[in-house]
Design a protein around this ligand. Structure first.
Ligand code: ADE
Length: 257
């Protein structure tokens, strides 16, 4: 899978996407990550990428022409496998005004051949580029960053690890938010650390009991920390009975975020 990141600040990307698991995935050719400087597509002498907003007001707006040229250049590029098939790319604008990014969305985006992540900056981007070229707008949370760069790194990381071959399939199957529940607690040696013991059930080696304990811990944690997730989680009748024993009431207001 190919990630193309369009930014006014290419230097910000050294590090997060070039270390550890993603570094190995790039070296193995499982994913490719390319950073494009939007300013390089500005045709004036000063490489102007922003301008004052029509109608007045604070801040600057990212200009339509350089940004559109950058997106089109990336989309029209002929890769190693020839011209990309229509619909195999997704152009995503990072903005606090976007739809909230979730694990479900990460799975969906991992199905594309190419993800073009556009880092918004200043007060925003000219609306016409958004209309003409952007497939979706994503926010990584209800807070405002100085720009879309950190958000693009978050999305690239969350999507890249779901691309087959980047990490082993088992780690993504059971993890937090998989099946709509938070993850169970983990322990490794020693069995006792500073007086705190690993739960006996995990040391006894009874697989069915371990599985049930883990399921219960996932349910307990989700109820305590993110009850809103339970409304859309995959819950068996046994799960629901366990949650009810903890005081959960399906459809109650505390499920609302
Ligand atoms: N740009 C600024 N804040 C952002 C956010 N929360 N998510 C995505 N892009 C952003």
């Amino acid at each position: 899978m190919q990630f193309d990141i369009l930014t006014l600040f290419p230097a910000m990307f050294a590090g997060p996407l070039t270390e550890s698991i993603l570094k190995r995935a790039v070296q193995a050719g499982t994913i490719a990550i390319r950073i494009h400087d939007i300013r390089a597509y500005a045709t004036d002498r000063h490489h102007t990428a922003d301008d004052a907003p029509y109608g007045g007001g604070a801040g600057m707006v990212m200009k339509a022409e350089p940004l559109a040229a950058a997106i089109r250049a990336v989309l029209n590029e002929v890769g190693a496998e020839g011209q990309p098939a229509p619909g195999s790319s997704q152009v995503v604008l990072m903005t606090p005004a976007g739809e909230r990014f979730t694990q479900r969305m990460a799975h969906e985006l991992a199905g594309y051949k190419r993800l073009v992540l556009v880092c918004g900056h200043y007060e925003g981007v000219d609306e016409r580029v958004r209309e003409a070229l952007v497939d979706r707008e994503l926010s990584i949370g209800d807070y405002v960053l100085t720009g879309g760069e950190l958000a693009a790194m978050v999305v690239a990381d969350a999507v890249a690890r779901l691309v087959p071959g980047v990490i082993d399939a088992e780690s993504t199957a059971e993890e937090s938010h998989g099946g709509g529940l938070l993850e169970y607690p983990h322990y490794t040696r020693p069995a006792v650390w500073e007086g705190r013991e690993v739960p006996a059930v995990l040391r006894a080696g009874h697989h069915a009991q371990v599985a049930q304990w883990r399921r219960h811990e996932r349910l307990r944690r989700t109820l305590a920390r993110r009850p809103d997730l339970l409304a859309s989680a995959e819950l068996s009748p046994a799960d629901q009975a366990f949650l009810r024993s903890l005081g959960w009431q399906p459809g109650s207001t505390h499920e609302l975020a």
